[in-house]
Ligand binder design. Structure first.
Ligand SMILES: CC(C)(COP(=O)(O)OP(=O)(O)OC[C@H]1O[C@@H](n2cnc3c(N)ncnc32)[C@H](O)[C@@H]1OP(=O)(O)O)[C@@H](O)C(=O)NCCC(=O)NCCS
Length: 168
């Protein structure tokens, strides 16, 4: 593991890397019922998460895991899908990113929360070597809640990985 140098390792507030991405749902993004494909949404979630991750770490990164995903409501052709991502917590070389997704129907003037996801990324250099990531500073009550909960989710992930290692 190597480390980003000096100034680059200074802790950064969550707001510095919060990102937003929007997509219009087109026919090629949908199933025969004109509903957004789950796989397409997962791809957009990965990209939205990567944006916050790159902006925070100033490095390349690999997706290590995506926690269970619940599709809370469908989205349809013509909707605007809005994805907002932020760094919930940094560990050492890895960081948890939260992505919250809304579908906006601009004809009916409604915007619905359709999905949330937590992803873990590992920062790497161009040679694939893992990099230490600067700490993230939560500033709002919501960011502090997400920071605390990210620690609990990491414990669960590590327990799951350990169990898999023992069974393999
Ligand atoms: C993810 C990957 C980099 C982890 O590397 P590794 O050498 O097995 O991991 P290590 O045990 O050294 O752990 C490195 C960090 O990753 C975390 N990590 C590893 N596997 C993880 C997983 N499945 N979920 C969450 N975090 C994970 C560890 O907790 C550790 O975090 P920390 O440094 O913050 O404490 C490696 O498995 C990999 O390259 N996977 C393929 C990634 C990929 O192709 N993604 C899709 C395209 S980007």
């Amino acid at each position: 593991m190597t480390q980003l140098d000096g100034l680059q390792m200074l802790p950064r507030p969550v707001r510095d890397s919060q990102s937003e991405m929007s997509q219009i749902v087109l026919p090629n993004d949908t199933n025969p019922l004109s509903a957004l494909l789950g796989g397409r949404l997962m791809h957009w979630i990965d990209l939205a998460a990567a944006m916050a991750c790159h902006r925070h770490s100033h490095s390349y990164a690999l997706t290590a895991s995506i926690d269970s995903l619940d599709f809370l409501a469908p989205s349809h052709v013509g909707d605007i899908v809005i994805l907002r991502s932020s760094v919930n917590r940094v560990f050492h070389t890895s960081m948890e990113i939260g992505v919250k997704v809304w579908a906006e129907n601009y004809v009916q003037d409604v915007c619905e929360h359709i999905c949330s996801a937590y992803l873990t990324f590992v920062a790497v250099d161009a040679g694939g070597r893992h990099l230490s990531v600067p700490a993230v500073i939560p500033e709002t009550d919501e960011q502090r809640r997400r920071f605390d909960e990210a620690g609990k989710r990491r414990d669960l992930r590590r327990a799951r990985m350990e169990k898999r290692r023992r069974n393999s």
